[in-house]
Design a binder for this molecule. Structure first.
Ligand code: FAD
Length: 289
């Protein structure tokens, strides 16, 4: 099923992100964890991709497996850093053959192990979007950054570039994680003013361990509001309480988004079905409204 036909309906939906195994020896263990998230039967599942193609076979295997076993639509991430157009066409053919109908088109970041020229054939995700549209048959999404992508000088420049991605054929956007909903509302207002009218799906990351915070800030550059820092300080010494507090915080963010008119929320569930399931259960009546 095409994601573009799932988003935008007048009903709250939750989708989850899972990651594929990095090595073949981990395949069964990581697959079981990702399948545990799929068993919750969210609106759809996105499956990440190792920039430079390091997980390409496993991304596809997990996405195909989820669709076949659980009947849940998937969106396969695809990065273009270091890729040739031929290799992208091959990936798209493999996806089509596997029954995948949705692609999240990403630039990616140069992996440490990659020693070639990273931006030879593709410089930006918008160029990948153009190749996917040219290939045909996929619903195409892209990433966006409420707290500004680190390579951009400022928000205005970032949004001008985002518009190029949407003009190339990107049908919906998923945001980088954020922990203060006002950042998202402000971003969407600016995006709409710039003439971008596709759905902007908020990405919510439940923080259930203090140790996740440093990595999250390093990877995303997003700010932690005082309210959240206080919660972490209060509960970080007790694993079970910290997990519960993180789930409640993420649930409250989703509730506030829905109360403010947002219909589709993407949860960075990190292959943890207990966290994904708890958030789903917290919202079960609203999800079945
Ligand atoms: P782009 O849209 O190309 O933007 C990158 C930078 O270039 C921005 O600063 C933008 O403003 C600028 N830019 C864009 N177009 C132009 C232009 N025409 N002229 C000048 N500047 C321009 N990474 C992975 O490796 N695997 C994943 O599975 C993955 N999934 C992700 C999912 C989501 C929802 C998000 C938010 C990020 C994900 N990432 C993933 C991380 C992503 O690859 C990085 O953030 C990367 O640095 C940027 O990718 P992009 O697709 O947003 O790039």
């Amino acid at each position: 099923m095409k994601i573009s036909s799932i988003v935008g309906k007048d009903k709250l939906t939750l989708s989850f992100e899972v990651f594929p195994p990095k090595t073949d020896s981990d395949f069964e263990k990581v697959k079981e964890a990702a399948f545990g998230v799929a068993a919750i039967k969210p609106a759809y599942i996105s499956v990440t991709y190792g920039a430079g193609g390091s997980t390409s076979t496993n991304t596809l295997a997990i996405a195909k497996g989820i669709q076949e076993k659980y009947g849940v639509a998937t969106i396969a991430h695809l990065t273009c850093v270091g890729a040739s157009k031929d290799s992208i066409i091959k990936s798209l053919s493999d996806m089509r053959d596997a029954g995948i109908e949705n692609v999240l088109a990403l630039r990616g970041d140069k992996p440490k192990w990659f020693d070639g020229e990273p931006f030879k054939e593709y410089k930006y995700a918008s160029e990948l979007v153009s190749t996917i549209k040219e290939f045909g048959g996929f619903s195409v999404g892209g990433a966006c950054y409420p707290e500004v992508h680190p390579d951009s000088a400022n928000r205005q420049e970032d949004i001008i570039n985002l518009k190029k991605k949407v003009d190339a054929g990107c049908e919906f956007l998923t945001t980088q994680m954020f922990f203060d909903n006002s950042v998202y509302y402000d971003f969407v207002e600016n995006v709409r003013k710039a003439g971008i009218d596709v759905p902007v799906i908020p990405g919510i990351m439940p923080i259930t361990r203090e140790s996740q915070i440093e990595n999250v800030i390093k990877l995303s550059g997003c700010k932690m509001p005082q309210q959240f820092i206080k919660i972490v300080d209060r509960f970080k010494e007790d694993k079970a309480s910290m997990k519960q507090a993180g789930i409640i915080y993420a649930t409250q963010q989703i509730l506030d988004l829905y109360a403010n008119g947002v219909k589709n929320v993407h949860v960075y569930s990190m292959n943890d079905s207990s966290v994904a399931g708890a958030i789903y259960n917290n919202l079960s009546d609203i999800l079945s409204m």
